[in-house]
Unconditional design. Sequence first.
Length: 168
Amino acid sequence: MPRLNGERRHRIAFTLDGKPVSGEAEPRLLLSDFLRHVIGETGTHVGCEQGICGACTVEIDGRPSRSCLTLAVQVEGAEIRTVAGLAAGPETLCVLQEAFRARHGLQCGFCTGGILVSLNALFRDKPEASEAEIREVLSGHLCRCTGYVSIMEAALAAQKRLSGKTHA
């Protein structure tokens, strides 16, 4: 394989939002950069590049993970889910996305993808999560626009709908 910057590129393959993908990556290429620049999946945003802001959060084998702290070569054979994989199709929204739209849980939208991925994992693994547990998950995400009130309202509304306690 060709060398860039003196490093050998490695072929990697994994499942991205239910579809097999592959590409070549240098050993030090971050998953966030691989997703955006090699695969063309731009729904995963890169904010701080230090794992603090949460914008780059994706699921790796079912666990929320910061893609800016993960090397692309580490996900060989893994199942990756991004915000684009939360809905059933490109013309639909998942319950969380619908709640965020209806409750104005986003403004600029930069942080939203990572928040949705984290909340999706929380509600999947712990449908009856307490408000404190939801806030704990949200504490790992920086939003500069909303002040979190509308995000929390949207999260609680989605949780109720997912648990069958309401249709709104």
